[in-house]
Design a binder for this molecule. Structure first.
Ligand SMILES: C[S@@+](CC[C@H](N)C(=O)[O-])C[C@H]1O[C@@H](n2cnc3c(N)ncnc32)[C@H](O)[C@@H]1O
Ligand SMILES: Nc1nc2[nH]cc(C(=O)O)c2c(=O)[nH]1
Ligand code: SF4
Ligand SMILES: [Mg+2]
Length: 241
């Protein structure tokens, strides 16, 4: 089965979550089971990117990685869309492992795949109320339960994007429910069409300051970490970075 790919880009740095700052190459798959109101990658599911989708075999993807130069990176991040919709990613993940690449993957926690047990840095990012999406807790529970050993070994984290106080309450609920999973709060970017990078960075830093203030003053977040999207601070809303 081929894989619907929208972008392969990098090396860049992972801009979000537990692996922030790590040099990595991104593979972005097409298709999502959600439609978050503030999705910064809506072209993966809203039809606007459909002409750019390439149906690729695992080997064709590896050929592209080799063209980037395997000596230039040791980490690959698979994102989307929701890559967890693609059972066939298992083959690619096996090949990447054989090439001694470390693998990160971003998903929202709605669909389980057995290959998740082979992901080195799995980020599960359940969606808060501002997204307009409804969390299916039975799916999320099931996923986190199947990953118990992976959590123990440091391969899994939770990341909730925050836009407002309601999102913070949601984040608290998630963090409390899954207290053994490393927990990240990530600043939401609401200015997805802003072209002025300096102005955007200023706004995002203000939101980061607001979020840090909330965490500092709330004992329920004593074990949480707060981060901006580092790539948005550096490069604004640019695609493919
Ligand atoms: C584009 S999503 C793709 C992976 C998967 N569908 C998910 O949502 O986890 C990658 C990450 O970007 C985050 N994200 C999307 N839009 C964002 C925005 N406007 N501001 C901050 N983070 C955002 C998501 O929450 C997720 O953690
Ligand atoms: N640099 C960089 N870091 C990221 N972390 C998560 C991303 C994503 O869109 O999944 C992303 C992205 O698109 N670029
Ligand atoms: S789940 Fe991820 S890719 Fe899908 S709409 Fe939400 S942020 Fe975008
Ligand atoms: Mg992104």
């Amino acid at each position: 089965m081929k894989i619907p790919v929208l972008e392969i880009f990098g090396p860049t740095i992972q801009g979000e979550g537990a692996v922030i700052g790590k040099k990595t190459v991104f593979i972005r798959t097409a298709g999502c089971d959600y439609q978050c109101s503030w999705c910064d990658s809506a072209f993966t599911w809203d039809g606007s990117g459909k002409d750019d989708i390439k149906m690729m075999t695992a080997n064709e993807i590896v050929t592209e990685l080799k063209a980037i130069g395997l000596e230039n990176f040791q980490h690959v991040t698979i994102s989307g869309g929701n890559p967890a919709l693609l059972k066939q990613l298992g083959e690619l993940i096996d090949i990447l492992k054989e090439l001694n690449l470390r693998i990160g993957l971003e998903t929202q926690g709605t669909v389980w795949q057995d290959w998740m047990l082979n992901i080195d840095d799995l980020t599960i990012s359940p969606k808060p109320p501002s997204s307009g999406m409804e969390t299916n807790y039975s799916k999320l529970n099931e996923m986190i339960e199947q990953l118990t050993e992976r959590v123990t070994n440091g391969h899994v984290s939770l990341k909730v994007v925050i836009f407002d106080d309601k999102d913070l309450n949601y984040a608290k609920k998630i963090h409390t429910k899954y207290s053994s999973v490393p927990f990240y709060l990530s600043v939401g970017n609401e200015d997805l069409t802003m072209e002025n990078d300096v102005e955007l960075a200023q706004k995002l830093l203000q939101k980061l300051d607001w979020l840090v203030g909330k965490v500092i003053n709330d004992p329920e977040f004593n074990d949480a970490r707060v981060l901006p999207q580092l790539h948005a601070l550096l490069w604004g809303n640019k695609k493919g970075v």
